[in-house]
Design a protein around this ligand. Structure first.
Ligand code: UD1
Ligand code: CA
Length: 460
């Protein structure tokens, strides 16, 4: 197969976004607009060039050496933008040209378009769409027989041409040679004084070359993001696509409109997602889980038959049959082994909790290694930080930590040890020991009256 090079135009300022962030770095469903565009051609193309200008440094920082860059210092039009990449485009094979702000084009459509382009053997294929309102777009002008003649921009179009509802999506495939040979012939003799890439189409035809088109079945895929309202619209459409795919794959959603799943998330069969659930980053969730309501999970690996309610989980691993929440917070590098129960108002940070262990209520656990079958009573606090350094706490299998205990790290609690409620443990507890670390209780009979006023006195 001949080589495919991609050029993404992303030098524009995106003024209407009213943002410090370059437009193409705004994110929907966990990925930047430019990231979505590049993902759509990831499989189909071997070389990717991004034309940068406004915010070039930020774009380079975001994509590093995953792509090549061409600089367009002055934005003199889409044709001018492609000229900046001229030296980097090989003469053999085909060239995809896309805009950095059309995040909804799918890989499937790009592959179908490439196939159609190759099969027809034309010099260029334009991705078009028939839209309800074509205002602002370039129109596809055809002969009566239906052959593409040219693309005219809104500002250059005649009244008749403006009635055409088939628009240029700004996505093209060119035979590299045909593209490179026509760039030099572009001029800026038009309403906007810009070098229009779209003029290449008429130029190719004037040389006797053939131009084809590929029309989108769903015109909404062509949506370009120019302002925040289009950004919100694009996010909504992408969410519908992602949720639709999950529903089709056997995931239950109580309310798809309030279920927010990023593009890289994987969810297993028969898992239920409840409203106001956010699944972010490269999160993976197994089958038969119940997630939400009101839950935010970022970059987590979750097994099967796991329940997470009203909680926030970040960069953690949960094995099968774990239950979390309501109102728990798992911070990075937490591992909950199979069957662990983490209950309400519990925060766990960078800790490994052994299988079948329980942290059911009101606890903070940080930098701890907890064995199997351990019970941390209500209000157990692992005191991992001394103001300067973080220290590790070890709790052996089957240990029992009584309610409202402090475990002052570094400290280790032996296998099957029992810590009495209210203890502040500062020294290691050997295996099987009972440890009491709290003042002895003293009862002084009759002395309560000194501190509590009697009912009679209250009345006087
Ligand atoms: C362009 C097309 C129009 C099409 C529409 C689809 C031209 C002349 N017109 O119009 O036919 O219907 O897209 O959305 O191509 N860019 C640069 N450098 C520049 C100018 C633009 O990198 O000098 C980039 C922008 O950042 C953007 C893309 O090219 O990502 C499209 O530019 P834009 O100005 O939005 O083109 P439109 O006027 O929308
Ligand atoms: Ca545009």
């Amino acid at each position: 197969m001949e080589k495919v090079t991609t050029v993404v135009l992303a030098a524009g300022e995106g003024k209407r976004m009213k943002s410090q962030t370059p437009k193409v770095l705004h994110r929907i469903c966990g990925r930047s607009l430019l990231g979505h565009v590049l993902a759509a051609v990831e499989k189909a193309s071997q070389q990717k060039i991004v034309v940068v200008g406004h915010g070039a440094e930020q774009v380079k920082e975001a994509f590093g050496d995953k792509v090549q860059y061409a600089y367009q210092h002055q934005q003199l039009g889409t044709g001018h933008a492609v000229m900046q990449a001229e030296q980097q485009i090989p003469r053999a094979g085909d060239v995809f040209i896309l805009c950095g702000d059309t995040p909804l084009l799918s890989a499937e459509v790009m592959e179908k378009m490439l196939l159609a382009h190759r099969q027809s053997g034309v010099a260029a294929t334009v991705l078009t769409a028939v839209v309800p309102d074509a205002y602002g777009y370039g129109r596809i002008i055809r002969t009566e027989a239906g052959d593409v003649v040219k693309i005219v921009e809104e500002k250059d179009a005649t009244a008749g041409e403006r009635t055409v509802r088939e628009i240029n999506t700004g996505t093209y495939l060119f035979q590299a040679e045909a593209l490179l040979d026509s760039l030099g012939d572009l001029d800026n003799d038009n309403a906007q004084g810009e070098y229009y890439l779209t003029d290449c189409i008429a130029l190719l035809i004037s040389k006797g070359l053939k131009v084809g088109s590929y029309c989108l079945e769903d015109y909404r895929m062509a949506l370009g993001v120019n302002d925040r309202s289009q950004l919100a619209e694009a996010a909504k459409l992408l969410r519908e696509r992602i949720n639709g795919e999950l529903l089709a794959a056997g995931v239950t959603m109580h309310d798809p409109a309030t279920t927010y799943v990023d593009v890289d998330v994987r969810v297993g069969q028969d898992t239920e997602l409840l409203p106001n659930t956010y699944l972010k980053g490269a999160t993976e969730i197994g089958s038969r889980c119940v997630i939400g309501p009101g839950t935010e999970i970022t970059e987590c690996q979750i097994g099967s038959c796991v329940t997470v309610r009203h909680s926030v989980l970040n960069r953690s691993v949960l094995e099968d049959n774990v239950t979390v929440g309501p109102f728990a917070h798992l911070r990075p590098e937490t591992v909950l082994r199979s069957g662990v129960k983490v209950g309400d108002f519990v925060e766990i940070k960078k800790s490994d909790i052994g299988s079948q262990s329980k942290v059911p209520h009101l606890s903070y656990v940080g930098d701890a290694r907890v064995g199997q079958g351990v019970n941390l009573g209500a209000g157990t606090i692992v005191v991992n930080y001394d103001g300067k350094n973080k220290h590790v706490t070890e709790i052996g299998p089957r240990a029992f930590i009584g309610c409202n205990s402090n475990l002052v790290a570094p400290v280790s609690i032996g296998k099957g040890a029992f810590v009495a409620a209210g203890s502040t443990i500062t020294k290691d507890v050997p295996d099987g020991s009972l440890s009491l670390a709290r003042p002895k209780q003293v009862n002084k009979e009759g002395l309560a009256g000194r501190f509590i006023r009697s009912e009679k006195k209250d009345e006087s």
